[in-house]
Design a protein around this ligand. Structure first.
Ligand code: PMP
Length: 395
């Protein structure tokens, strides 16, 4: 058989790391590898009740085709929740998507021709990198520090490169670094996008999971020209299995997303949308988020405290004020893929950082997730990893 695949398939390869990490699903492995929410916090009893109610009250509509934009009462409720981030619109600004992952795919579909440039943080979210890659773009990574992208570097790139078509950022508790952008950088980013007439994709799945400090205004809140597209999701604040995310944008841009959504899958799951809407009507999502934050905060604390006690002192890592991840930098001569193999020998897993850099390199980095393991396992796993790292640094 000599089937010829589309050129974009050359760019989509099974990740070697993903294959290794599949082996880590054994129960004895302490895994800091995924980005999964804690399943014990899913509101299963409440979901049982709301799905019964939806079927009783509107079964025919919930199981029928529906509009591309999504269920209007749910869109209104999301718009209401976005006020907290300084976004002042209404349900008409929203399109419900199948997770924010779909919003990432659509963004690339809408803005990128082959060889166009997407500018992103270095490192950036691997799922976005892979979604974008299907459209055969080039990536330019901008160096980041604890306050976000370095704006001078961004300006230099935008001044010298002609075919930049979009800027992609994760300003709150970034995946993978756990860092949050300062307010100044958010403002400056919008200023530069205005100057160079570019769209910004603001991807924000973690902003509501803040353990301490005040939530900064979204990048979108500084946007007076309607060029920021804000992607959100209920995956981390509720449950990812429902696959409910959204695109928030002004009319002209939103219309493009609606057209693309219609062509891709007509609309998101009607039943999930109505279940979620019913949940928001009957229960207090903010109280639920408080519960999640309490658990994750403790897990973060135990992870960072154990890292402080057991990791070699020269290692650098980030202090996330929320979200799911911390990010570790090893000495330049160490490769986190080799360290992973050693860690697996003592049943500990994490994600080596190399694949979060679209242009490669930086193999001396790794991402640790703390949301999906109980506290005792976090302590045990980090202690074991500490020993592996110590040994690797001595060699
Ligand atoms: N963006 C980022 C930065 C993420 O970390 C994730 C999930 N890991 C997503 C988008 C996609 O989330 P979902 O499709 O479940 O909404």
């Amino acid at each position: 058989m000599k089937i010829k695949y589309a050129k974009r398939m050359d760019n989509l390869k099974a990740s070697e790391i993903r294959e290794i990490l599949k082996l880590t699903e054994r129960p004895e492995v302490i895994s800091f590898a995924g980005g999964l929410p804690a399943p014990e916090l899913f509101p299963i009893k409440e979901m049982k009740k709301v799905s019964e109610l939806v079927l009783e009250e509107a079964g025919k509509q919930a199981l029928q085709y529906s509009t591309t934009e999504g269920f209007p009462p749910l869109r209104e409720k999301i718009a209401e929740r976005l006020m907290d981030t300084g976004i002042r619109g209404n349900g008409d600004n929203l399109l419900i998507t199948s997770g924010s992952q779909q919003g990432l795919d659509f963004s690339a579909k809408i803005f990128l021709n082959e060889d166009d440039i997407v500018v992103c943080e270095s490192p950036s979210y691997i799922g976005a990198i892979n979604a974008f890659k299907a459209y055969l773009p080039q990536f330019i990574e901008i160096t980041t520090d604890d306050d976000g992208m370095i704006m001078e570097e961004l300006e230099e790139v935008l001044s010298t490169k002609e075919n930049v078509k979009m800027i992609y950022v994760i300003p709150d508790f970034q995946n993978p670094s756990g860092r949050t952008w300062s307010v100044e950088r958010r403002k400056k980013l919008v200023e530069l996008a205005n100057k160079f007439d570019l769209p910004i994709i603001e991807d924000n799945p973690y902003g509501e999971l803040r353990f301490e400090g005040a939530r900064p205004p979204s990048v979108k809140s500084f946007d007076k020209e309607g060029r920021v597209i804000y992607l959100g999701t209920f995956s981390k604040t509720f449950c990812p299995g429902l696959r409910i995310g959204w695109v928030y944008a002004e009319a002209e841009l939103l219309q493009k997303y609606i057209l693309v959504k219609q062509a891709a899958d007509l609309h998101s799951n009607s039943m999930s949308q109505r279940e979620l809407d019913k949940f928001l009507e009957l229960y207090d999502l903010d109280a639920h988020i408080e519960k999640i934050k309490k658990v994750y905060r403790k897990r973060r604390d135990i992870m960072l405290k154990t890292m402080e006690e057991t990791f070699p002192k020269s290692l650098k890592y980030t202090y996330p004020e929320g979200g799911l991840f911390t990010w570790v930098e090893l000495p330049i001569h160490l490769n986190a893929r080799d360290i992973l193999l050693k860690a697996l020998e003592v049943n500990v897993a994490f994600v080596p950082g190399g694949s979060f850099f679209p242009n490669g390199g930086r193999e001396n980095t790794l991402r640790l997730n703390y949301s999906n393991m109980p506290e005792d396992k976090i302590k045990e796993g980090i202690e074991r990893l500490g020993k592996v790292l110590e040994k690797a640094m001595e060699e």
